[in-house]
Ligand binder design. Structure first.
Ligand SMILES: [Zn+2]
Length: 540
């Protein structure tokens, strides 16, 4: 049965005031228990006489604690008198007030598992007092053995938790550690609480396991009574050890800890390449055997390009910005040997995808958001160009050997628009073969429309559905747009078909002929991330 739980940030020694407030809330809310995720006590350096008096009263049991309350060790040392009392009372400071300790787990009377790692990160491995305000990597590692947790409480933040979040811009990350990120990835708690000067709540994130996937919500609470009135208390309902949801909440992202480039994918399980995710189309998953049908609009929960979708292949994500992200392509067109400049493990095929579930960029109503999405997709494209320039620089000519082609199918009936990015030899571009390749293939396919190449014709063509090609080399940039209409059937593999012919890779036109194991996909994505890291503007 779901229970109400309440969590706070720092109390900083305002003990009477806080517990009076909690008593008032308790009358109405009937919380099962409370957690203080920050510092309960005042800073010993600046303790006022009234705070010292409160502390003495608390230890003597003269302040009423209205509900079972667990408190974190916090980021600074506990007062000596508190430690003495805890040592002699098995962690219960007074009736209803229980210390979570430097590292520990409690099972509440309602059956919730609460795991806590308190204090600041300590590099050494020397033995520490159970109530010392520090933890070592060893503590965090041992805590992984608790296997699961409904609630994880850590004084510091898990490193990288802001990665892949849209709301992360104006928050300074407090002290954090990788050990806590790993702990969170292992325990997969439903809630992870910490404390900070300002309240911050991350979008929920899912862990990369088989569906249904566990979701973690990370919240960091501000201090009680803070002048800025930042949220310091958070109440919620939870059922102990409930199964993960079948449907992911709309805002859910992939786990930030999987996106950080240093980390290896946790899930090494082999995938038999049975996914229907097309590298070249944005059609919804077929649900009717092999038969193609006119599909109903696909919702984000069934869309391969929505990060909120449990089917989203997070092991292929290379970078996540605010409005767009990059993945390596499933069934890439080039072989690992096609572009030796890219090294032995990355074929070069990338998808640039808006985070929002939109059929076309022009379908975003709000002009400001529309510009922002397109600008970030272009920013990714430019960063990829910079990567190619750097990797393929010919020392003799000081020119990049590689240029790139980016193509887009923009149809109002589309599911989740995206751009495909592919390196091509700069020589092919210089000779006009890329442009010619697209033009000739459209003619050979007897398409009734022609590529627009002037700015005014392009603007006209982009008013409706279209297929767009953006060609780049260090020497030139060019766009060409083919209007699409209902009078003909446009081949969704068109871009891949043209480039397959140009690169002598016709046999790889269909992504299904280019299948990779999940381990190969992971290796490819890791290789890409390493190459892209110096150019990734989201990494700063
Ligand atoms: Zn989508």
């Amino acid at each position: 049965m779901a229970q109400k739980i309440v969590v706070t940030g720092d109390i900083n020694g305002k003990l009477s005031e806080f517990f009076t407030k909690l008593s008032t809330l308790q009358i109405r809310q009937q919380f099962a228990f409370a957690i203080i995720a920050g510092n309960l006590f005042a800073d010993p350096e600046t303790t006022s006489p009234s705070e010292a008096e409160d502390l003495a009263k608390l230890i003597k049991g003269e302040i009423e604690i209205p509900v079972t309350t667990y408190f974190s060790v916090g980021r600074r040392a506990l007062p000596e008198t508190v430690i003495e009392k805890l040592d002699s009372s098995d962690g219960e400071l007074c009736t209803n007030l229980i210390a979570l300790g430097r590292k520990g787990r409690v099972k509440t009377s309602d059956g919730f598992n609460v795991v806590a790692i308190g204090g600041s990160h300590h590099a050494g491995d020397d033995p520490m007092d159970p109530y010392a305000a520090k933890y070592s990597d060893k503590d965090a590692n041992t805590a992984k053995g608790y296997n699961d947790a409904d609630i994880l409480v850590t004084s510091e933040w898990p490193a990288g938790v802001r990665d892949g979040s849209k709301g992360a811009v104006d928050i300074t990350e407090p002290a954090s550690s990788e050990a806590l990120s790993e702990l969170c990835s292992t325990l997969k708690p439903r809630y992870h609480f910490s404390s900070s000067e300002t309240f911050w709540e991350r979008e929920p994130f899912f862990h990369n396991t088989d569906p249904p996937r566990p979701i973690t919500r990370f919240l960091s609470l501000a201090p009680f009574g803070n002048a800025a009135k930042s949220k310091w208390i958070y109440a919620f309902s939870l059922e102990p050890s409930a199964e993960p949801p079948q449907q992911l909440p709309a805002e859910t992202t992939a786990s930030p800890f999987l996106l950080t480039r240093k980390r290896k994918a946790l899930d090494t399980q082999q995938d038999s390449f049975n996914s229907m995710r097309f590298a070249n189309t944005n059609e919804p998953r077929g649900r009717h055997g092999g038969k193609r049908r006119k599909a109903a609009p696909t919702d984000p929960g069934q869309c391969y390009f929505c990060l909120s979708n449990a089917q989203c292949e997070s092991h292929m994500i290379g970078s996540i910005g605010e409005d767009a992200y990059l993945t390596t392509a499933k069934g890439p067109l080039p072989k690992l040997t096609t572009f030796p400049d890219l090294g032995p493990s990355f074929p070069g095929h990338i998808l640039i995808i808006p985070v929002s579930h939109i059929p076309t960029i022009s379908s975003i109503d709000d002009a400001e958001s529309r510009t922002k999405v397109e600008a970030e997709m272009q920013k990714y494209r430019t960063s990829l160009h910079n990567m190619l320039s750097s990797l393929s620089k010919d020392p003799e000519t000081d020119r990049a050997r590689l240029g790139a082609v980016t193509w887009e199918i923009s149809r109002s009936s589309g599911v989740h628009t995206h751009w495909q990015f592919l390196p091509v030899p700069a020589e092919l571009i210089a000779k006009g073969l890329v442009e010619a390749g697209f033009t000739v293939e459209a003619e050979n396919s007897s398409y009734p429309t022609k590529f627009a190449t002037s700015a005014s014709d392009i603007a006209e063509a982009e008013r409706g559905d279209y297929f767009k090609v953006m060609i780049w080399s260090e020497a030139m940039q060019k766009e060409m747009v083919l209007p699409l209409d209902a009078s003909f059937r446009f081949d969704l593999q068109f871009g891949r078909r043209v480039l397959g012919k140009l690169l002598g890779l016709q046999e790889r036109t269909h992504w299904k002929d280019c299948g990779q194991s999940k381990a190969e996909e992971e290796k490819e994505c890791e290789a890409f991330k390493e190459l892209f890291a110096p150019f990734d503007f989201t990494a700063q």
